[in-house]
Design a protein around this ligand. Structure first.
Ligand code: ATP
Ligand code: MG
Length: 404
């Protein structure tokens, strides 16, 4: 893509009405635009990064047997009354139709919608297990929305729900999801920073699990076992200050952001919605459920928090909207290389703008694409290569660029 066709502009200075670093950098780089606290529009580069994260997650959810669906964001009040959460959930956005005076809810999560949906499609044990997931913008009336993309009032989530005939089957699937999540964070380039964290399991299981990404900007405190690289969250730590895996007592407190969460729901929602099936013996039973979330837009914010320097963002290759950022020191000099690279399917942002080289270099650092290429008259056919995360410069031939 040519940078001249990007309508978003970079900004030299931090926006004044923004506290969080991830939002400051993403706003300055033109990835997002702020509408109000906790609500952002995604501009071309930001949307590409978000979609890259989404596609990595999708691949692993499909591999784990999930079927992708899309459920509405607009919900009837009645669904939320079945579970009693219409009155108890503090973050629920509620509103009334001007014409019919009907009450609605904007979906903060989808147990109340997915359970009746699956109920309508299941009658026998033969119909189970079922695993469905979606990517969707969720709405939550968060009290504090000061962490930029990491705590939105409108935010993008992957939510998967599984339905089983028995506990053992749920346990197996939960294990499978734990592995799928680990693979997702690995592929996003944050595997070494993301820690499986034991959290409260509610009434059905001893533990649930959070995937916590270590960053000072995180709102959570976790207690890390350096021996086995798992953690307990603050709530669990109050009751049990040892590692649940190896019994280690010396746990390190560290700040982190919850980027994912897996939970055994048991029959809480299937009871409420009478989501039942007939087992092998003709007996009627409630399905056993699990739910599995990943904060897609929070991930983008958290990745920026964990990976930047004083010049700008440093994106991992799996997330970056383009792999290469091509800069020319004289107008038009990069055109041929750009065409050659895109012709061979390489992912390039070509800075063809009529601005100074200094400005281009500064913007390349701000945008944070993994590899910067510079062409100049001095270099002739050779290309200067610099990785955003490193200091060294290399001078390479085109053939070497293809291998990067
Ligand atoms: P938190 O404790 O941070 O509020 P949560 O327990 O409410 O999170 P879930 O309901 O499990 O979160 O949602 C699934 C995932 O969605 C979370 O793991 C997190 O990554 C993401 N998420 C939750 N709330 C927000 C938000 N307000 N903005 C952005 N992402 C969010
Ligand atoms: Mg919450």
């Amino acid at each position: 893509m040519k940078q001249s066709s990007l309508f978003s502009k970079t900004q030299k200075f931090n926006p004044q009405d923004e506290e969080s670093l991830n939002a400051k950098l993403l706003l300055r780089a033109g990835y997002v635009y702020k509408i109000m606290a906790g609500v952002y529009s995604y501009l071309p580069l930001g949307l590409m990064a978000l979609k890259n994260i989404e596609n990595i997650i999708r691949k692993h959810m499909v591999a784990a047997g999930g079927s992708e669906i899309y459920m509405s964001a607009l919900h009837p009040k009645s669904a939320w009354e079945v579970t009693g959460r219409y009155d108890t959930l503090d973050v629920l956005f509620r509103f009334t139709s001007f014409y019919s005076r009907t009450d609605y809810v904007l979906g903060p999560t989808h147990e109340e919608i997915v359970t009746p949906l699956v109920k309508a499609n299941v009658s026998s044990y033969r119909d189970l297990p079922i695993s469905v997931f979606q990517f969707q913008w969720k709405f939550r009336d968060e009290k504090r929305a000061k962490s930029g993309l990491m705590r939105g009032r409108e935010f993008y989530m992957k939510d998967l729900y599984s339905f089983h005939t028995n506990q053992e089957d749920l346990d197996d699937y939960y294990e499978k999801m734990t592995k799928a999540y680990t693979a997702v964070f690995q592929e996003l380039g944050i595997g070494d920073k993301t820690v499986l964290t034991y959290a409260s399991g509610g009434t059905f299981a001893k533990y649930s699990h959070e995937f916590q990404m270590i960053t000072d900007a995180g709102e959570d405190l976790i207690h890390l076992c350096e021996k086995c690289h798992v953690a307990v969250n603050d709530e669990i730590y109050e009751e049990q200050n040892t590692c649940p895996v190896c019994g280690e007592k010396n746990l390190q407190p560290i700040k982190a952001a919850e980027v994912g969460n897996i939970f055994k729901l048991g029959t809480k929602f299937s009871k409420a919605f009478e989501m039942k099936f007939k087992d092998q013996n003709g007996e009627t039973k409630e399905a056993i459920m699990g739910c599995y979330g990943i904060g897609v837009s929070r991930l983008l914010g958290a990745i920026v928090e964990a990976s930047h320097d004083d010049k700008g963002i440093i994106l991992p290759e799996g997330v970056a909207p383009f792999k290469f950022h091509l800069i020319e020191t004289k107008r038009g000099l990069g055109q041929e290389l750009y065409e050659k690279m895109t012709g061979e399917g390489m992912s390039v942002l070509y800075d063809d703008r009529d601005v100074s080289a200094g400005e281009k270099f500064a913007d390349a650092d701000l945008l944070g694409l993994p590899i910067r290429l510079v062409v100049s008259e001095k270099l002739g056919d050779k290309i200067e290569v610099k990785r955003r995360a490193k200091e060294e410069l290399e001078i390479l031939n085109y053939e070497d660029i293809r291998k990067l």
